[in-house]
Design a protein around this ligand. Structure first.
Ligand code: HEM
Ligand SMILES: *[C@@H]1O[C@H](CO)[C@@H](O)[C@H](O)[C@H]1NC(C)=O
Ligand SMILES: *[C@@H]1O[C@H](CO)[C@@H](O)[C@H](O)[C@H]1NC(C)=O
Ligand SMILES: *[C@@H]1O[C@H](CO)[C@@H](O)[C@H](O)[C@H]1NC(C)=O
Length: 211
């Protein structure tokens, strides 16, 4: 009986840790429904209240150390819209990716764009964080979740190893050391403040890379 209780307790803890929960970034003040894994990896989503015709969301992605954090906006890895980011000194390098085969995904071209939100993008003593407006990122071709979904699965992947060419957003990456999918309750990502937060996104000034 004791053993059963211990095992049940451990399982409950793991499940809880992998369920996205509301999280407010103190630096930006933006609230996300955010998934976090034990490595320090996290990915969060903020959405407008009205989903009709919406193609945009605000995302926050980050982790600990210098490795990459990746997300699949469609759940699985293959033929879904992916996004990867990693820190480089005090800035963050990021790109959209897509692949039909298991291997380092190529940079993806499309109508989708990323625009950083400055005070949600930082490297502190424990984590790096990139917050951006993802415009035209909700696609209607089955490569992403849909605007009208209530609880889609999104994929996550990370490798604690930094890409070899970490100043290059198109760098090839090594296979993830941890990956999975998490169900996002989108009702917990919706906010009436979305339009205000969205207005904070501004194209980045040219970045200088010292590495
Ligand atoms: C060389 C690079 C990569 C290789 C060789 C690779 C390989 C694989 C393989 C074989 C699987 C399916 C089997 C498994 O779960 O182990 C998988 C799943 C997955 N990969 Fe990758 N991958 C790479 C990079 C990436 C990147 C950069 C991302 C994210 C942006 C990513 C996201 C995912 C996701 C979300 C899954 C699905 C996990 C699940 O359904 O539980 N992968 N990958
Ligand atoms: C983040 O920046 C925006 C303007 O870009 C500002 O309105 C907002 O108050 C800032 N957030 C915090 C918590 O200071
Ligand atoms: C939601 O957005 C759609 C498309 O822009 C619009 O037609 C509709 O009136 C909006 N609904 C509400 C409740 O604001
Ligand atoms: C660093 O940022 C992360 C989020 O990116 C936050 O959870 C953590 O509390 C911050 N650490 C410090 C020391 O401020």
């Amino acid at each position: 009986m004791k053993l059963t209780n211990v095992l049940t307790g451990a399982f409950a803890t793991v499940t809880f840790a992998q369920t996205p929960t509301p999280y407010t970034d103190v630096k930006s003040g933006i609230t996300f429904n955010r998934f976090q894994d034990t490595s320090g990896y996290f990915f969060g989503l903020a959405l407008p209240q009205n989903s009709t015709g919406n193609t945009d969301f605000i995302a926050t992605i980050g982790g600990k150390g210098t490795g990459y954090s990746g997300v699949s906006f469609g759940g699985g890895m293959l033929s879904k819209l992916l996004f990867v980011a990693w820190p480089n000194q005090q800035s963050v390098v990021s790109s959209f990716r897509k692949t039909a085969n298991y291997g380092s995904p190529a940079v993806a071209a499309g109508t989708f764009t990323q625009t950083p939100i400055a005070n949600g993008t930082y490297v502190n003593s424990t984590h790096w964080t990139y917050t951006f407006l993802c415009s035209k990122c909700i696609q209607s071709d089955d490569t992403t979740f849909k605007a009208t979904d209530s609880a889609p699965s999104l994929g996550w992947a990370l490798n604690a190893q930094a890409p070899a060419q970490r100043t290059n957003a198109a760098a090839s990456v090594s296979r993830h050391s941890s990956q999975g999918q998490a169900v996002f309750d989108l009702s917990k990502a919706r906010s009436s403040k979305f339009e205000t937060w969205k207005s904070w996104a501004k194209p980045a000034v040219a970045r200088r890379f010292d590495a």
